[in-house]
Design a protein around this ligand. Structure first.
Ligand code: ADP
Length: 279
């Protein structure tokens, strides 16, 4: 299957978001996407179950995107297929005083998944080279150093067998406007209204540039970035699920083998217990 996302895993490759479509490929219909999504969902559940038992790896899913890009929706739909046991979601907002009095990765590192578990980040350490840069919260020399820190941090996680997915939910400026306006019309979504979203929207180009740099500078083989066409919610969900399943599928054998070994060991222990007269 052709990939539904554009992947960056090499800092030498330039990132031009304007050249990447925000819309689904023409040959994917909503109906076929729905069917595929439920198949991938079932596979996600199966993979999660194997990993939960095998405990050889952990999975970290980072979701970034402009306001209204659908980070919450993606979490709801993709994580909706997973067993809540062993899954956690962390949203990163404006840092607290305590967080600001530590290095920028301090709060993030505490939330990374342990072996066997999955964690989804709604925003992440990338805010520290995005909003922090665009809003001039710290000097340029300081945020520029962070790309290297982020690469090292992600390499450390990866060496500790964390499988990392970084998704940029790519929406068009027009689609964002429509979604923000829709929220205003929907009485049930009024709680999500935030005048700040409109203010941030004025800086669309600055955020896009910051994203392009962050994606390029932190694109590595062990922690690649995936650009997800996100103007259609149904395609966004499918593309994320497909990317995760395709990356994890090759681990299936390893995880199953580990479970078989654990099973054999447990059987041998039980047999020894019985042989010694245990009841
Ligand atoms: P969301 O917009 O993700 O639904 P919120 O309304 O709580 O959630 O917004 C979180 C806010 O926190 C965003 O405006 C984001 O830019 C900001 N934020 C996140 N991380 C940082 C950071 N490290 N420094 C400054 N602001 C941050």
């Amino acid at each position: 299957m052709a990939s539904y996302v554009t992947t960056f895993d090499d800092a030498d490759k330039k990132v031009h978001l304007a050249e990447i479509s925000t819309e689904p490929p023409k040959d994917v219909t909503r109906e076929s996407a729905g069917l595929q999504f439920s198949q991938f969902g079932a596979e996600l559940f199966e993979l999660q179950d194997l990993l939960w038992g095998a405990r050889t790896h952990s999975v970290l899913i980072v979701l970034q995107g402009m306001d209204g890009a659908g980070k919450d929706g993606a979490i709801k739909h993709v994580a909706g297929y997973l067993n809540p046991r062993g899954v956690s979601v962390t949203s990163f907002g404006i840092p607290t005083r305590e967080e600001l009095e530590h290095d920028f990765l301090w709060r993030v590192h505490q939330r990374t998944p342990r072996k066997g578990e999955w964690t989804l980040f709604n925003r992440s350490h990338y805010e520290d080279v995005l909003v922090v840069r665009v809003e001039n919260l710290i000097p340029e020399a300081q945020w520029k150093q962070r790309y290297g820190h982020i690469r090292d941090f992600e390499e450390l996680l990866s060496e500790h067998d964390t499988i990392i997915f970084k998704f940029f939910l790519h929406i068009s400026r027009d689609e964002q406007k429509e979604r923000l306006l829709e929220r205003e019309q929907d009485e049930h979504a009024a709680w999500k209204l935030n005048a700040g979203d409109w203010k941030t929207r004025q800086k669309w180009d600055e955020y896009r540039d910051a994203y392009q740099d962050a994606i390029r500078r932190c694109a590595t083989p062990s922690a690649p970035w995936h650009i997800v066409p996100a103007d259609s919610k149904w395609f966004r969900n499918l593309a994320i699920a497909a990317t995760i399943v395709e990356k994890l599928r090759p681990y299936k054998k390893l995880w199953q083998k580990r479970l078989d070994e654990l099973g054999e060991r447990a059987r041998a222990e039980l047999a020894a217990y019985r042989a010694a007269g245990g009841r």
